[in-house]
Design a protein around this ligand. Structure first.
Ligand code: AQP
Length: 329
């Protein structure tokens, strides 16, 4: 295949829907940065996905630039990897249509993200329903082998694999079928105030969400007030002790430890919270320093260059797909 790189290709995306939080960082973005050592990384700010729920005018543009700064600060190197904005590469929406043509309505209805969001949003757009077909197109357009994501994306990546296999069985061996890569620890960072829910940019839970831009004092305060439980035992048990287990999981990722083993070091919640907070502050300090040095104009220029690199891969893949479907050249 022409566009197949010498190293395996990794692709993933993030919505410009608010400041990046610890869940994004520990569950996905840290992994993106690490994978640059061994893979050809393609990382996308998926602004069209963000429009599947209503936004204020101008919000997306600002949030896109901020998200790009977050990714660069986290360690995505726009020279080594391809960092770009989804809407600047038109092939994404073209392939998304063809994915809709092989997707079944019943499959889309079973997507838990759609079920959750359609219950909580007043206006449920058609785009919210077909969102996973655009996500499949994002991934498949780059002959992706590895998709580093948090646990919440497991079902969408499975769906992407199903669509790729179905497409290939109809049209020949056209699309590369990708695998997800979900980390052992940090794959589902929970909200500090509602540890039964995942930490999320769009959840209205400022005290439960640790943002990449939070000051050290804010991080310490949020961790100190994190909801735990009343039994007082430090044990890693995400089902019965979600709050305490969330602290242990975050501490484990930040210190390269194991959440079950770490629990043995504590007999009280206070010291566990204090150590987790100190480890997270330490982890985020260099990221925050780098982020403060980035400016808008340079970031926009890097994204334009990234879009050129992305088009150079997406264009030939789209041509291959068009030809397999036998659209008129
Ligand atoms: N809590 C989390 N723990 C671990 N990984 C997470 N991810 C998101 N939340 C967690 C991973 O981050 C990547 C980017 O996902 P996103 O842009 O969908 O992030 P979000 O915070 O989930 O954003 P929103 O706007 O609130 O989206 P919804 O409400 O749609 O989930 C992904 O790899 C994701 O797995």
């Amino acid at each position: 295949m022409d566009s197949e790189p010498a190293r395996p290709r990794a692709f993933s995306g993030i919505q410009p829907t608010g400041t990046v939080h610890l869940g994004n960082y520990l569950g996905a973005l840290r992994n993106w940065a690490k994978l640059q050592e061994t893979t050809d990384g393609v990382y996308c700010i998926v602004d069209l996905h963000a429009l599947s729920v209503p936004r204020e005018p101008g919000e997306i543009r600002r949030a896109t630039i901020e998200a790009a700064k977050d990714l660069i600060a986290i360690g995505i190197d726009p020279v080594r990897s391809t960092l770009f904005v989804q809407s600047q590469v038109r092939e994404h929406t073209e392939l998304a249509w063809l994915m809709q043509c092989v997707a079944a309505v019943g499959e889309l209805r079973r997507m838990t993200q759609y079920k959750d969001k359609s219950e909580t949003n007043d206006f449920v757009s058609a785009a919210l329903f077909t969102y996973p077909t655009l996500q499949a197109a994002d991934i498949l357009l780059y002959d992706t082998q590895i998709v580093p994501v948090g646990d919440d994306q497991r079902q969408h990546i499975e769906f992407t694999r199903d669509l790729a296999n179905r497409f290939n069985s109809r049209y020949g061996d056209v699309l590369v079928v990708p695998e997800h890569q979900i980390p052992q620890a940090g794959a589902r960072v929970m909200d500090l105030q509602h540890p039964e829910n995942k930490m999320s940019k769009s959840a209205d839970s400022p005290q439960g969400t640790v943002l990449l831009t939070d000051s050290e004092a804010e991080i310490a305060r949020k961790l100190k007030r994190a909801v735990t439980d009343n039994d007082g035992e430090v044990r890693y048990d995400p089902v019965d002790k979600p709050g305490v287990s969330n602290l242990l999981a975050m501490l484990a990722v930040a210190t390269d430890g194991d959440p079950v083993a770490l629990a043995d070091d504590y007999t009280q919640y206070g010291p566990l919270k204090a150590d987790t907070s100190a480890a997270l502050i330490e982890l985020l300090r260099p990221v925050q320093k780098r982020r403060a040095e980035l400016d808008d104009a340079a970031t926009i220029a890097l994204l334009e260059h990234g879009a050129e690199k992305a088009r150079a891969v997406a264009g030939p893949v789209m041509e291959r797909v068009r030809s397999a479907v036998e659209l008129l050249a």
